[in-house]
Design a protein around this ligand. Sequence first.
Ligand code: PGA
Length: 253
Amino acid sequence: MAKPTPLVAGNWKMNGLNTALAEIEALSGLLGGKDTPACDVMICPPATLLSRLADAADGSSIAVGGQDCHQNVSGAHTGDISAQMLKDAGASAVIVGHSERRADHGESDKTVHDKAVAAWDAGLKAIICVGETESQRDAGETIQVVEGQLAGSIPEGATADNMVVAYEPVWAIGTGRTPTADDVAAVHAAMRAALEARFGAETGGSVALLYGGSVKPGNAVELMGVANVNGALVGGASLKAADFDGIIDAYRG
Ligand code: PGA
């Protein structure tokens, strides 16, 4: 059975001006100057930087992704961006269902599902995010919440090539707090089981399952070492090339 290909993806969120392109050059230099990591590397910049970042990353091993897409291909949706536009600008993937989109923009599982379909139609990999809030964790509902989000957000036809799943506990994002390794293991085991039950052992067993939420160089080895964790979705620590590379170190021998 094919093993998941680990991915370390940086989500710059609403950060990054033209000057941030220097971080891509620095990251490219760091990646080229060290052992090749046993993971794919991606940066998801704000849409304004996407094509310039794609140019800056050209010839390096850094892939480029979008942070969100609209579910429609085109039309009267002021301020939105389609998956096809992201692809056109040089993206190979797009994050959908990040908890900040779910919370700030009221996105439902059905919306996330439709965005993932739009990503696939445009030839992009969908990085589908799930995760419980602190009150849901306190109520003992974590596994149930995550399973429900997976069922509602992942379209039929998911494969290890067109999808990555990211487990991001909402209370761990940007807070410096992380679940214990045992807690991450329990959620990732449940996600793996749910994917295998729905898509079969081959597909379900080979989809990469990322952990996200306050991943830093200092905790990456422990978190990336948890069973069924196949990489990280990194916010704050992806903004500086040296920090991000310190996380990628978890995948260097
Ligand atoms: P953080 O963000 O690494 O800053 O906690 C993670 C994310 O939201 O993807």
